[in-house]
Design a protein around this ligand. Sequence first.
Ligand SMILES: [Zn+2]
Length: 438
Amino acid sequence: MKKSYALIHFRSKSLQFFGLSLLFSLSLFAQVEDTDNTSINVDWDICKYYPESETRISSIPVPDYIKQKMESRGTACSTFIVSYSGFTPVAQTAFQFAVDIWANSIESPIPIRISAQFGPLDPGVLGGAGPTDFKSVLIPGAPSNTAYPIALAEKLTGAEFPEGPSPTSVDISATFSSTANFYFGLDANPPGSQVDFVSVVLHELGHGLGILGFARTDDPDNPTMGILRSGVFVNVWDNFIENGTLAGIRSFPDPSVALLGEITGNNLFSNGPITTAQNGGIKPSTYAPAIYSQGSSYSHWDEATYPAGNANSLMTPFIAPGEAIHDPGLVTLGFMEDMGWSICGGSLTVEDFTLDSVEVSPNPFTSLIEIKLSNRFNDDYDINLYDINGRIVLSEVKAVSKSTMTISNLDNLDDALYFVKITNQRNGASITKKIIKN
Ligand SMILES: [Zn+2]
């Protein structure tokens, strides 16, 4: 796969926590360091993870497919290197448990480095985590001016970025309160009076791995316009956000009143093909309440769609005392795969397919694709090839012969990233795989 990356674009200078008014906040201060020395601050709150006042006893344990990997003696799919500072033994054990869930959910050839602090924060502040840096990575077919959180940029390029203080610089910075009323158990059974620490760390590390967009407003308290870009860049998350009439968030004037309308329109969805497949073919709703709420709006799934107790509720904006969710959730993992992460053990959607396995090769391809199915049935299949903007560029119906289908005459396609969706006509089961033309 041909990959290249641009020079330094973003560098977060610090993570900053605000005082009494914010319960759980994270701000990223990033600077653009272009050749013309343009610099801007990315200084809005990504996550104020408000504990709700009401207790919601619910328990989503680590799913079996992740738990089995965690309990096996094999190596995890990715290596997280955490430097701990100030942690009590129980807090560190719980933090590491959350790290291990992610390490057995996503794959990266490059170690993901976390700096984790545990110490007194202002009353009400629980903590937070986020990327220390963003980079532009040029991927064929991906929209231009896309920034990636540093851990994902390194995964995509297969190399530690040479810029910065050292190639082994921290990718995710995390700070959590030593005085908050946390439950540090690993069993996903917090009492109704306490906030589950593992759930909170798992959520915040999700932001650090890329679950965040750049959309915000000119004034969080009295917004008059929406803003999307940071300099010329969007985060890769933003490439997959569209409204109910299929208009991408990138297509609106920036800044603009129209953009504010989108951010506060209760009508934003992720159109990531794998995300959508994991949500039963329905584009999942992101949180875009009519009254803009900085630190909750936009960079989370919709709370009402995925309430406490829902298997996809990890990345919603609120957590309640008594609520535990130790599962990244297939919708979130699907989004991570759409953004460029690889999922432990292969594409997620394999699990939903009724076939034992599906292999698409070669990848990258030039003029043809071969699709091999372990399948006892000679069913007919719809094969659709989508570009990164969700447009169908090729559509064929194939009958399986010897469990292999060949799609040929692909020379005329542009070199780019595509998604091939294979749907069994008999039972409707489908699978989506990423594939590169090169
Ligand atoms: Zn959050």
